[in-house]
Design a protein around this ligand. Structure first.
Ligand code: SF4
Length: 302
């Protein structure tokens, strides 16, 4: 190779700037695509962003603020934090951060910590009751603030882990949807980070220096099953890069005729039609050409 064609090595600072730039573009593009794919935000919406002080919800707010600045449709944002009165909760951190971002915000103070402590026997996990109480309070606050959408910071890896947990421990194929209507039928909940990898959020949180509030203040045991599944996913991803992406994409490409749910496919009344159908018996084909040509690969969602 002659001197003319030899690539000039990038300075470390320049390389890092380029990497951060790439990460920022990817995050904004993925969130924007999720919003558009699932029609998450409509003109005139008031989106209540639930901010816990963890990396995911900080990133969600940060990215939505960036997108709103250049969004073709007008929408409002309001950040909401629920101060659950856990011991040593640094109550000043979020108000200071949110004020610095010039975003309207509301801190809801409710001592759910004492309620949960009182009702759950020592040693048992408190998360289920705690989440239920938190959800109810956040929905009430959404109504009081006139929010039309409630945005949560769950990401792609949370959604895949939930699907696996429901399969492994609940014997059902059920995940965590990018958009849903709350149980009381009054709120639309959205998850704009549905396409975003957790590792990207970790890097973004570091880069943006979010003032993270530790999530173990309540002293509850971490959910060991979820932690194990996340670890398993990380190991798979390390050995077979792209696997989590493909699992996430699979949640949006379901073939009921090749599963076993009798409510989704009329197995009992199936009859030969005499007409060739390329969506027919392809269950055992290694390379499913029919679906490849029908959906137009690629499978990856990023
Ligand atoms: S970890 Fe603590 S704050 Fe979080 S859901 Fe569980 S009990 Fe609630």
């Amino acid at each position: 190779m002659n001197a003319m064609s030899e690539p000039v090595p990038l300075q470390p600072e320049r390389r890092q700037r380029l990497e951060v730039n790439k990460l920022s573009k990817r995050l904004h593009r993925q969130v924007s695509r999720a919003i558009s794919d699932f029609n998450m935000i409509e003109p005139g919406d008031k989106v209540m962003v639930c901010v816990s002080g963890g990396k995911d919800s900080y990133a969600l707010l940060d990215i939505l603020l960036g997108l709103r600045a250049r969004a073709p449709v007008p929408f409002d944002l309001v950040a909401v934090n629920l101060d659950q009165k856990q011991p040593d909760f640094p109550a000043h951190v979020l108000p200071e951060y949110l004020a610095s971002r010039a975003v309207p915000f509301h801190i809801e103070q409710q001592d759910t910590y004492s309620i949960v402590k009182r009702l759950i026997p020592e040693g048992q996990t408190m998360c289920s009751l705690c989440s239920r109480l938190r959800r109810g309070i956040l929905y009430r606050v959404a109504s009081e603030l006139g929010a039309t959408k409630v945005a949560l910071g769950h990401h792609r890896d949370d959604m895949v882990a939930t699907l696996l947990m429901n399969m492994f421990f609940g014997a059902r194929m059920k995940g965590m949807p990018p958009k849903l209507v709350s149980d009381d039928g009054r709120h639309v909940v959205i998850r704009p980070l549905a396409y975003v990898a957790e590792s990207d959020l970790e890097r973004w949180a570091e880069q943006r220096r979010f003032p993270i509030i530790p999530c173990n203040l309540c002293g509850s045991q971490i959910n060991l099953q979820r932690a194990r599944i996340k670890q398993m996913l990380r190991e798979w991803e390390h050995r077979y890069p792209g696997r989590i992406d493909n699992m996430a994409a699979a949640m949006g490409r379901i073939t009921p005729s090749h599963l076993m749910d009798r409510n989704l496919h009329p197995f009992a009344t199936l009859q030969a039609t005499g007409v060739s159908d390329c969506r027919g018996d392809k269950a055992f084909d290694e390379d499913d050409e029919c679906s490849a040509t029908q959906t137009g690969r690629p499978v990856r969602i990023v």
